[in-house]
Design a binder for this molecule. Structure first.
Ligand code: DSN
Length: 430
């Protein structure tokens, strides 16, 4: 009977067991191969990372931290998590790392739990200025349970106004100040933020989700020496498994932050993800990752300057990170229509609010582009110059000659396929 019940259970492949899901995964792999991926929060992980994610450690349940677990059989779990922690500390030059957060939002929520109580005042960047949902957006738990005050960016140039942040901090006396976000393309002055936080007795959280890979590669300022605590995601330009981390130079915060993650906001550990995070952190410690990080920055700058040279309005005029924003208001276009047209032409990006946007988040007046995934598959500055021209052709076509857009999209799609065909990604992984 056991044979019938378990026939092939341990050995049959996905294609045989569940052809429906297998086919969808195959189609997704083809989509990734054929399309030009410009979503700033995406990347293409190594085969080694895929192996760790699909490994049998997914079967193991542990709670707690290495050496202090609530379940037995944790020898390998402890080893893997300790390696990930040690690598994170070495990579970011910090004294404390928690690699358990399931996402950047969970990491941020744990920081809230560690340092503020419901009703306390928190000062963070407005979502429409480039902040993040988990920094106190009204739709998020953090926005419902805390007294959130927001700073924005200057309307004329889209840049942070540090004097305004300081004035607001002195007026609202927050317990927590958050810098960094998901759509601010420029480097943040962490030192200035720390001075402001110290002046008002606040904890400073730097969210480096969108530039952690550049910090790891040494081409972007590191917030760790300045912020009390920093959070990151591992799947953007750090090029690893989907998840979050909490980092700090101050080891004395370990107890507070660890207990905020577990048992504060999470239960058992996703050990396959922790193993995969260890792999990507190991990859990022290798010298070739510095070359990758530099290429990401070079490519981002070329893409931004090409878009601007083609007549598009690039918010802040450029970028210091892997991402950039295009303001479509001057073309009377919305982000949803433009991103849909780009997708039909083989270029995937996301609609995004821009500073001062009057459109709702489902529509928006902007687009966000990122270069991390394209750089991983081997695109260099000449490819990103061509990509910038293709993007501009689609957007300007939609604005100026919408009746011919269908043909234009088909023409650009052929060019996009020709480009991606020269830069293959996984072969036969699934
Ligand atoms: N925070 C979202 C983004 O920036 O796209 C997901 O990582």
């Amino acid at each position: 009977m056991a044979d019938n019940l378990h026939s092939g259970y341990f050995n049959r492949g996905l294609d045989a067991v569940d052809p429906e899901i297998w086919r969808a995964l195959q189609a997704e792999e083809e989509r990734q191969q054929d399309g030009i991926e410009l979503i700033a929060s995406e990347n293409i992980v190594s085969r080694a990372t895929l192996e760790a994610l699909g490994s049998s450690i997914v079967n193991k349940t542990v709670e707690g931290y290495p050496g202090n677990r609530y379940y037995g059989g944790a020898t390998q779990a402890d080893q893997i998590e300790s390696i990930a922690i040690e690598r994170a500390n070495r990579l970011f030059n910090c004294a404390y790392a928690n690699v358990q957060p399931h996402s950047g939002s969970q990491a941020n929520l744990a920081v809230f739990l560690a340092f503020v109580k419901p009703g306390d005042t928190v000062l963070s960047m407005d979502l429409s200025a480039g902040g993040h949902l988990s920094h106190g957006s009204r739709a998020n738990l953090t926005g419902k349970w805390f007294d959130i005050r927001h700073y924005g960016v200057r309307p004329d140039d889209g840049l942070l106004d540090y004097d305004d942040v300081e004035t607001q901090a002195k007026s609202c006396l927050p317990k927590l100040i958050i810098c960094g976000g998901s759509a601010y393309p420029r480097a943040v002055d962490f030192e200035r933020f720390r001075r402001i936080a110290d002046d008002v007795g606040a904890i400073l959280l730097a969210d480096m989700a969108h530039f952690a890979g550049l910090v790891a590669g040494g081409v972007h300022p590191n917030p760790i020496p300045h912020a009390h605590v920093s959070t990151a995601t591992t799947y953007k330009n750090l090029r690893g498994a989907r998840g979050g981390m909490i980092l700090s130079a101050d080891e004395s915060l370990a107890r507070k932050l660890n207990s905020a993650v577990f048992p504060g906001v999470q239960g058992s550990v996703m050990l396959n993800t922790v193993a995969a995070k260890a792999v990507c952190l190991g990859e990022a410690l290798r010298p070739e990752f510095k070359t990758y990080a530099k290429a990401v920055l070079d490519n981002a700058r070329v893409l931004a300057s090409t878009l601007a040279a083609c007549g598009l309005d690039v918010v802040t005029g450029g970028t210091d990170t892997p991402l950039m924003l295009v303001d479509l208001r001057g073309l009377s276009l919305t982000g949803d229509r433009a991103s849909e047209s780009l997708e039909r032409a083989g270029l995937t990006c996301n609609k995004n609010g821009i500073p001062g946007d009057s459109q709702p988040p489902t529509v928006t007046s902007g687009l966000r582009f990122g270069v991390s995934a394209g750089t991983t598959r081997g695109f260099g500055t000449s490819e990103f110059e061509s990509i910038g021209q293709l993007i501009a052709e689609v957007i300007l076509g939609l604005a100026n000659n919408p009746t011919s857009q269908d043909q234009l999209e088909k023409r650009i799609l052929t060019k996009a396929r020709a480009l991606t065909g020269r830069f293959p990604i996984y072969a036969d992984v699934i």
